[in-house]
Write a protein that binds this ligand. Structure first.
Ligand SMILES: [Zn+2]
Length: 530
């Protein structure tokens, strides 16, 4: 009898506890939806990780309500050029530091690795392992041309045979099948620099077939900028691939003001029907290895071969002459603009410019003196460097182009290790703080568009990058009056501030400016959209 009596009570209890309308309501926020349209005040309802409703949800129920009064609610930012996956499979930033705090605290929820021609070759296994051990943010990858060339041809400056090209092409095909978003190249690095345009066109065909993206660190960002941009556009024209000039910039003081000519080339190609775009990090300094100062021929065969050449007095003299020429032509002849960011062999060099090192030694600051220091550092094992060589006006000109996305070109640094470029900690916050709030270069709506739906469309991410019903609830809540990059050149290890909450697929990764320690990020795989 007791059993029979209990049944109706259980039934009534279930009726009274009908599940809430949403898992989460973010209410009263100022929504900037990522499309570029004007902001509006609304509540967002999230259910099962998806944005399920937008509007006045005051009468609806939710497991959790978060008040965003006075704050901006935007789609999570998408970093279309990231080094989060650079390095070995288990040595990559995102595997070692899956909280991705430098990204999360800027509102970034997706990072695209495999850049500059350098990636893991087995993209399928990497993405599978991320499915099992995800990060806080979503990760996607490109397949790197340089890595493929290195595996099939080696580090030498030789043309590919047709057999090798076939092998390389099938590797790109396999990567695209495994979910790569396209092909990346790094033509200012070896062995990428040894490829001619027809090699890049052939390898971009399988990318075009899947409507992927060819994203290129171009051959020369200084004196030969226009022909280098032209080469990317040639790949677009001949292979039919969508193309992107990544971290678009113009290096060298003597050329300042020339960025608009490069954008005009892009516009011309777009008018012809080439799907061409750019991305940019918002700084006037770049960052890469100190070997960038050295001529390409001296790096033929890889780093060891370069060191061997430096040990030969005759060849060393020739290299020195070209390094001097490079510093004069590309770096404005100013050794203070070239900074040794991180030297594995001796950390006492970290953060010092070539001018600082000369001064420390009681030597005059001259270009030949700087070349000698650069040769010494590279011979000892090389360093990563920071190079102050872009015009503030050119940076703004490129940023304002309608097809320029914001990217970081940074990774997920280990706190307090070395003196990396501040972009890893600050790129997205800096655009919102400096370029939008302080300088008024563009509206907040336009900046958010360049961080969300523009890169999402470049990547064919059809359900991310916008606040709209049916989109994945990758969201960030920030204060436009206080958001600030805190990382400085020479003192970069500071997280950005002003981002209060971040959700990835509706799961909080940052709550009231405290990291949640959750890892809801997805391994993203490209879906071809024809
Ligand atoms: Zn690059």
């Amino acid at each position: 009898m007791g059993f029979m009596n209990k049944l109706p009570i259980v039934f009534l209890f279930l009726l009274g506890c009908s599940s809430p309308d949403f898992d989460l309501i973010v209410e009263h926020g100022t929504v900037i939806d990522g499309s570029g349209k004007d902001r509006f005040i609304a509540d967002l309802g999230v259910k099962n990780g998806i944005i399920a409703d937008i509007g006045d949800l005051s009468q609806k129920t939710a497991t959790e309500r978060v008040d965003a009064t006075g704050l901006v609610v935007a789609p999570g930012f998408i970093d279309i050029h990231s080094h989060a996956t650079s390095g070995s499979f288990n040595g990559s930033d995102v595997v070692r530091r899956p909280d991705a705090e430098s990204y999360v605290r800027q509102g970034v929820t997706t990072a695209m690795g495999g850049q500059d021609g350098s990636s893991m070759l087995d993209i399928g296994s990497f993405l599978d392992s991320l499915d099992v051990h995800p990060a806080a943010i979503n990760i996607g990858v490109f397949i790197g041309h340089g890595s493929i060339r290195s595996a099939i041809v080696g580090e030498e400056n030789i043309p590919v045979t047709s057999e090798q090209l076939t092998q390389m092409t099938s590797m790109v095909e396999a990567a695209m099948k495994d979910g790569a978003f396209g092909l990346s190249s790094g033509l200012e690095y070896t062995p990428g620099a040894f490829a001619n345009v027809s090699e890049l066109v052939e390898l971009s065909r399988p990318v075009a077939a899947k409507n992927g993206l060819y994203i290129s660190h171009i051959r020369d960002e200084g004196g030969r900028l226009l022909e280098s941009v032209g080469e990317v556009l040639e790949v677009g024209r001949s292979a039919g691939a969508r193309v992107q000039v990544t971290h678009h910039k113009l290096i060298g003081k003597s050329r300042w003001g020339g960025a608009s000519a490069s954008l005009a080339l892009l516009d011309e190609a777009i008018a012809e029907g080439v799907d061409a775009a750019s991305d940019q990090y918002p700084y006037t300094a770049s960052s890469t290895g100190l070997t960038i100062l050295f001529p390409t021929w001296s790096k033929d065969g890889g780093f060891e071969a370069l060191v061997d050449r430096l040990n030969d007095p005759t060849i060393r003299k020739q290299i020195r002459a070209e390094v001097i020429q490079h510093i004069n032509a590309e770096r404005g002849g100013d050794p203070a603009t070239i900074v040794a960011a991180r030297c594995e062999f001796d950390s006492s060099f970290n953060g010092k410019s070539l001018a600082d090192i000369l001064t420390e030694r009681g030597l005059p600051i001259t270009v030949p003196g700087a070349a000698d220091v650069a040769i010494e550092l590279v011979s000892a094992g090389s360093c990563s460097g920071v190079f102050h060589s872009m015009s503030p006006d050119d940076v703004e000109t490129i940023m304002l182009h309608s097809k320029t996305s914001i990217s970081s070109d940074g990774g997920i640094p280990a706190m307090n290790e070395g003196v990396p470029h501040p972009r890893s900690y600050g790129a997205f916050a800096r655009v919102l703080a400096y370029y939008v709030r302080e300088k008024g270069v563009m509206t907040l709506e336009l900046a958010v568009y360049k961080m969300t739906s523009l890169p999402a469309s470049q990547l064919n991410l059809e359900d991310r990058g916008k606040i709209a019903v049916g989109y994945v609830a990758d969201l960030t809540v920030f204060d436009p009056e206080t958001i600030q990059d805190q990382a400085l050149f020479g003192d970069p290890h500071h997280y950005a501030t002003g981002v209060r909450d971040v959700w990835v697929s509706g799961i909080p990764v940052l709550k009231n400016a405290v990291m949640s320690g959750t890892h809801p990020g997805k391994a993203l795989r490209h879906h071809s959209q024809q």
